[in-house]
Write a protein that binds this ligand. Structure first.
Ligand SMILES: Cc1cc2nc3c(=O)[nH]c(=O)nc-3n(C[C@H](O)[C@H](O)[C@H](O)COP(=O)(O)OP(=O)(O)OC[C@H]3O[C@@H](n4cnc5c(N)ncnc54)[C@H](O)[C@@H]3O)c2cc1C
Length: 399
């Protein structure tokens, strides 16, 4: 029997791959969506309303809605930032929480319902065929070897992408933070607030990133990220649990994964292979937010792959990188600068948290998170934030 042939083979059925598969399948392309399944992605699961609206996520996938974030400094200065009133676009104002096990499965099912061939299996190898297209090998759920062919390949197989390792130069590897979290049972009584996220900026919790407490209803994700070799993420998470009143909470799971922090210079290899999501490094600096950007790159990939199939020209895949940069390059640049300036010492973290008291800073923070836009219409607010930023940085303003 000759191997199955697809227009596009997508490796990895997380938010990036499942979104690309859905876009392609609903336009009539033949798509393989391969995912090994079995182990939910370690993730805090926080998503903005813009994602829920743009990607038509049903409300039952949102397991909790968070109305404020409390930002905590090294000296325990706490600034509560409520979301309400900070949405420009019409719509609801909250941070949604998804359970990745159910959310990712739902996204794959949606792609399947649109016509994608969704297969549980582990990707092994991809090779270019003489005469064009690709030959792929994977093991199915029973461990049997399977071969197939495709005209294009999309690598959506996460931060350690095997597609990237096989089809791109070794230099195409984004820098990482390692993120570790513990899922604990949320306390039913006491001071714990299930409708608020905590974000902790403190060198003892993370020397170069931050720690978080994200409630998901009956369970809560408590975790930290750091790129520093030798930093004890488990000890820091345990300290964060203690400080958050979750020291005695029952631990449901412990897990971690790399979190890429910079998009690659190129997402396609010029020969018909495209990377999206974590595989392409599209996670926001400073915040580590990756689900929205993974889905956004998946949608762009779907459109670009359709164009490449229609014109029989793989150069159409290039547009994913340029379009992503056009949409989010400015936000990523600002977030990268913020991370560089504010996450480098406890003195700066203290000033950063002080700055978060400012209504202009809160407005810009929430608008850029909720709507994924840094609003151009208010140059004076930007100027005010810039001047306050500089005076805090130079130590003119009081921490
Ligand atoms: C601890 C932690 C907390 C986080 N918290 C948040 C948060 O709160 N909000 C947020 O927006 N982002 C968060 N992120 C980032 C977010 O999880 C990622 O950016 C996002 O999951 C990227 O989606 P993706 O589809 O590109 O990759 P992934 O979600 O990693 O999906 C890759 C898929 O590929 C599959 N796969 C991999 N290799 C193979 C193979 N060989 N064969 C078959 N299938 C394969 C996997 O099974 C997986 O389903 C967090 C990350 C970490 C590590």
């Amino acid at each position: 029997m000759s191997p199955a042939e697809y227009d596009v083979a997508i490796i990895g059925g997380g938010p990036a791959g499942a979104t690309a598969a859905y876009e392609l399948a609903k336009s009539g392309a033949s798509v393989l969506l391969l995912d090994r399944e079995g182990r939910p992605k370690p993730c805090g699961g926080a998503v903005p309303p813009r994602l829920i609206e743009d990607f038509a996520i049903p409300s039952e996938q949102i397991v909790a809605r968070v109305g404020s974030a409390r930002i905590i400094s090294p000296k325990s200065q706490a600034v509560e930032m409520t979301i309400d009133g900070h949405r420009r676009r019409a719509g609801t104002s909250y941070v949604g929480m998804v359970d990745r096990e159910h959310f990712d499965r739902w996204l794959r099912r949606r792609a399947q319902a649109a016509g994608a061939h969704v297969e549980q299996g582990t990707f092994d190898r991809v090779e270019e065929r003489t005469g064009g297209g690709f030959a792929l090998n994977y093991r199915d759920a029973k461990g049997a070897r399977v071969s197939c062919r495709s005209r294009l390949v999309i690598g959506a197989d996460g931060a350690n992408s095997a597609v990237r390792r096989q089809m791109f130069s070794p230099a195409a590897r984004p820098p990482y933070v390692f993120a570790y979290h513990e899922i604990v049972c949320s306390p039913e009584s006491g001071d714990f607030d299930k409708s608020r996220c905590d974000v902790v900026y403190d060198g003892a919790i993370s020397p170069d990133f931050y720690g978080w407490v994200f409630p998901h209803g009956p369970v809560t994700s408590v975790g930290v990220g750091s790129a520093k070799k030798g930093f004890d993420l488990k000890a820091a998470t345990s300290e964060l649990r203690r400080r958050s009143g979750l020291g005695d909470a029952e631990i449901v799971r412990r897990e971690g994964a790399p979190l890429p922090l910079y998009p690659l210079k190129r997402f396609d290899n010029g020969r018909g292979v495209l990377l999206i999501g974590d595989a392409a490094g599209v996670v926001a600096p400073s915040s580590g937010e990756g689900i929205y950007y993974a889905m956004c790159s998946g949608e762009l990939a779907g459109h670009a792959a359709l164009e490449a199939l229609r014109t029989n020209d793989v150069r159409a895949l290039k547009s994913v990188r340029s379009e992503f940069g056009r949409m989010h390059g400015r936000t990523f640049f600002i977030l990268r600068m913020m991370q560089y300036f504010w996450y480098s010492s406890d003195g700066r973290r203290e000033r950063f948290v002080s700055m978060c008291r400012d209504p202009d800073v809160q407005k810009l923070t929430w608008e850029s998170y909720l709507d994924k836009k840094i609003v151009r219409r208010e140059p004076m607010a930007h100027l005010r934030v810039f001047l306050k930023d500089m005076s805090h940085l130079m130590g003119i303003a009081k921490a």
